[in-house]
Design a protein around this ligand. Structure first.
Ligand SMILES: [Zn+2]
Length: 260
């Protein structure tokens, strides 16, 4: 017996465009750097093709250094109607920076991204590591949302410390991150598909929502999900979600609704 599912889910496929920024910052060798470069070389073109095929608009969190090195790649993302959001300059561990150092990272990155994409409204912390200052700094810069915390399984309005401003938080989780499942746990695509599908089904069936909005936020990295057999799995997931009332969205339009 299957109940008819009437609940629409907003699906936010998000992509963290780190490329080789972290490896450059850490002074890694050519092979590790080349693994990051797969993102620009092969991953992003495949992702853009897939999103275009299914008429999906997404949010891409981009490091400032990556946008400086590969502006044409970022312009291709923008040309397809996707949102650009901030992700540090060289994929810094923000909790290891002083307040002034961190402020420079955000302002510098913001300037680079805004020169390419216009007003930037969203942020995700590299490694999902926020400092105690991060959310206050980005709120004061006029950002409207963050996507780095793990205290909820639905978006919510976050009251920023020492600021009259609010941010919308789009919570994340390790099991909704391609890097952990594919690169660290070395799971086969069928297992990743089952995990991501199971969470989608569960969100659709959730009964404890205070409002009616169901949001599914998935984090992927072009250097990881961009490998051929993984992109095939993501396509399978998109087709499944489309068959189950998924409404694909960038993050910013949803954040704007929460801040009304
Ligand atoms: Zn990242």
């Amino acid at each position: 017996m299957h109940a008819i599912i009437m609940n629409e889910v907003s699906v936010c496929l998000t992509f963290d465009v780190d490329a080789e920024s972290a490896q450059i910052r850490k002074g890694e060798g050519p092979v590790k750097i080349s693994k990051g470069q797969f993102a620009v070389q092969r991953g992003i073109p495949r992702i853009l093709d897939l999103l275009k095929k299914y008429d999906i608009k997404s949010t891409f969190f981009v490091c400032g250094w990556v946008a400086e090195k590969y502006p044409e790649c970022i312009q291709n993302i923008i040309a397809d109607g996707h949102e650009i959001a901030a992700h540090g300059y060289l994929h810094e561990e923000l909790d290891k920076l002083e307040f002034n150092e961190e402020t420079i990272v955000h302002e510098h990155t913001n300037q680079i991204l805004e020169d390419l994409a216009g007003k930037i409204k969203g942020f995700r912390a590299p490694y999902w590591k926020l400092s105690k200052y991060t959310l206050t700094i980005i709120a004061e810069m006029g950002y409207s949302y963050d996507s780095s915390l793990m205290d909820e399984d639905r978006p919510y309005v976050y009251s920023v410390p020492e600021s009259p401003k609010n941010l919308v938080e789009f919570p994340v989780e390790w099991y909704l991150d391609d890097w952990v499942l594919f690169e660290q746990l070395l799971q086969p695509p069928a297992a990743v598909f089952e995990t991501w599908k199971a969470q989608y089904d569960a969100i659709q069936e959730m009964k404890d929502l205070e409002d009616s909005r169901r949001v599914y936020t998935l984090t992927s990295h072009p250097s990881c999900i961009g490998h051929a057999y993984r992109i095939q799995m993501l396509e399978r997931l998109i087709r499944y979600m489309k068959s189950k009332q998924a409404n694909f969205s960038k993050l910013q339009p949803i954040a704007a609704e929460y801040l009304l």
